[in-house]
Design a protein around this ligand. Structure first.
Ligand code: FES
Length: 571
């Protein structure tokens, strides 16, 4: 026993509380040796059969546990709420903060000295990391890893990204509904998360860039035995981190977040990362806002040719060298002294990295796309900001002026989008309101709402869309998201009307509606907030406490680190 650990308050005592703590654990067959003062490692698992992307995490947990035991620790696996993108309604984001609360309180309430955080599907990763960060315990992330590439009729198909494409093609009559169904069977061929650079892969990459995961965490396929080895090494390493008291706050520094923002640009990462990193920074007291994203992402080119921005999928990314190869390429833009879970600086994690396929990972001198970072737009339509992902957008639309076609909410959009009387042309700017954190609890991924059928049939595949919604990381288009304040809170976005001229200048970060201020004020006098969709319960808590997109949509009462004060004995 090298130093006092918090688990000793439970297990290293000879009174009736020690008897109770040890004795009941022994009903699972744990030998006395597990209670000799060794570090107790929680394996925080978001496994659920209702989260298919995380369906293999109990297997992975066994590899973590083996590593913990090899290093002289005591592994204890525990579940937290899970959230799968594909099944949960209204959407998985609704539950990110709930999972974070679950993880935080479970860690703090139990004899856990360090945690291995097992996540995969989009929201599960930020959720458990946010929860653990509010406890500030030693923690290491093991991502579930992406699925093998989708295969269909001799071609590669990617999660999400090709669903949007197939769905548009069915609308345009280019493929049959039967072919659409056949593609569904070829897309998901193995355990794991989406194999595009969607939110799951982005967040796994962010964990590696932040220094919270071992090298190669981002890309190794879920079913690659090297992922099991990574889980084993992570289990081994967390024991050392506990001995070294290497807490999350020592890793999650301002420099680490700046590195993550740069890497997000280099991989063409999901816009959801903006929300999750701002929320995570809020948990550890690191100031981080949209201006940081605008400033740090601006000069980062997109190096990886992965869908939705490019051509390849995560399997090729792993074989090409994965994230260490990307970080080595952008090393001049990174803080290489940033500490990682290895106990050493980031510099050491990428020292031996190599690129094995320049079609997939390009160089700084010859990038895949000149700009990878997230653009931040502001103006009277979004005083607190909105975001756009240029690598997934049509360059010709990044500076545009056009009349608005406004839908008051998503139901209104569904009802009227194909109404010929709207007369929508490619020059119009489509606006959908009331999809923000409060107006549509959960803040849905509706921002890449499809174009009207009449334009799709003419071969038009993109036009400017603006909303207070989010967008799936697997989606693409010239889509302006996260408008803050959202329509449900009032402001110009709440009263923009069809026919108003909207000016978008992504180069200058401008999002304006060309309506005089006094006219906007007059409209706001008659504006009323939309009715709440549900009262009471978790939904009520969510609406009452969720922060706006520019604050990461965390709950106001969860911001900050509460640590792990000594446990209060029950009697
Ligand atoms: Fe789970 Fe994409 S749906 S990772």
């Amino acid at each position: 026993m090298t130093r006092r650990l918090r688990s000793h308050d439970w297990f290293a005592r000879n009174d009736k509380l020690g008897f109770t703590a040890r004795g009941w654990m022994k009903n699972q067959g744990h030998p006395d040796s597990m209670f000799d003062g060794r570090p107790v490692i929680g394996i925080c698992n978001t496994w659920s059969q209702l989260t298919p992307c995380n369906g293999h995490l109990r297997d992975l947990a066994q590899h973590v546990a083996r590593g913990v035991i090899e290093a002289g620790g005591f592994p204890v696996e525990f579940p937290v709420t899970s959230a799968g993108e594909t099944l949960m309604r209204p959407n998985a984001m609704m539950f990110r903060n709930l999972i974070a609360m679950d993880a935080e309180e479970t860690i703090r309430a139990n004899p856990v000295d360090g945690v291995v955080l097992l996540g995969g599907c989009d929201k599960t990763t930020p959720a458990i990391v946010m929860g653990a960060a509010s406890c500030d315990v030693p923690a290491i992330v093991v991502s579930g890893g992406p699925m093998l590439n989708g295969r269909y009729r001799g071609t590669q198909i990617g999660s999400g990204t090709d669903v949007w494409r197939f769905s548009d093609e069915v609308k345009r009559g280019l493929i049959s509904p039967e072919a659409f169904m056949a593609a569904e069977r070829g897309m998901n061929r193995s355990a794991g998360s989406c194999m595009t650079m969607g939110t799951a892969s982005t967040m796994a990459s962010m964990m590696e860039a932040l220094g919270l995961a071992l090298p190669e965490n981002a890309a190794l396929p879920a079913v690659d035995s090297r992922r099991q080895l990574l889980a084993n090494r992570s289990g081994f390493r967390i024991v050392g981190m506990v001995h070294e008291d290497l807490r999350m706050s020592r890793i999650l520094t301002r420099e680490a977040f700046e590195n993550a923002i740069r890497v997000c640009g280099a991989i063409g990462g999901s816009t959801n990362a903006v929300l999750h990193l701002i929320a995570l920074a809020g948990r550890v007291g690191v100031p981080l806002d949209l201006d940081d994203w605008a400033r740090l992402g601006r000069d980062v080119p997109c190096l990886v040719n992965l869908r939705p921005s490019g051509e390849y999928l995560m399997e090729e990314f792993a074989y090409a060298g994965g994230l260490p190869a990307v970080m080595k390429e952008i090393a001049p833009l990174l803080h290489l002294d940033a500490l990682t879970v290895t106990g050493r600086p980031l510099r050491d994690s990428i020292a031996g990295a190599e690129c094995f396929d320049r079609r997939v990972i390009r160089t700084l001198d010859d990038p895949f796309k000149p700009e990878g970072g997230i653009r931040v737009l502001r103006g009277n339509l979004a005083p607190r900001g909105a975001v756009l992902k240029p690598s997934a957008a049509t360059p010709a639309l990044l500076v545009h002026r056009g009349p608005a076609v406004v839908f008051e909410d998503y139901d209104d959009y569904l009802r009227r989008i194909d109404d010929p009387s709207l007369g929508i042309t490619p020059d119009h700017v489509m606006v959908v309101k009331n999809c923000g954190p409060r107006g549509y609890p959960g803040f849905p991924e509706l921002g890449n709402f499809p174009l009207p059928r009449s334009l799709l049939e003419r071969g038009i595949t993109d036009m400017i869309r603006i909303s207070d919604a989010r967008m799936s990381g697997t989606a693409y288009g010239t889509v302006i998201l996260h408008v803050a304040p959202e329509a449900a809170l009032g402001g110009a976005f709440a009263v923009v009307r069809s026919g108003d001229m909207i000016r978008v200048d992504a180069d200058r970060g401008v999002l304006e509606v060309e309506v005089p201020e006094d006219e906007l004020a007059r409209r706001l006098e008659g504006w009323r907030p939309p009715p709440r969709r549900m009262e009471g319960g978790y939904h009520g808590l969510y609406v009452d406490h969720v922060l706006q997109a520019d604050r990461g949509a965390d709950f106001d009462f969860l911001v900050g680190c509460r640590g792990t004060p000594p446990p209060q004995d029950p009697y």
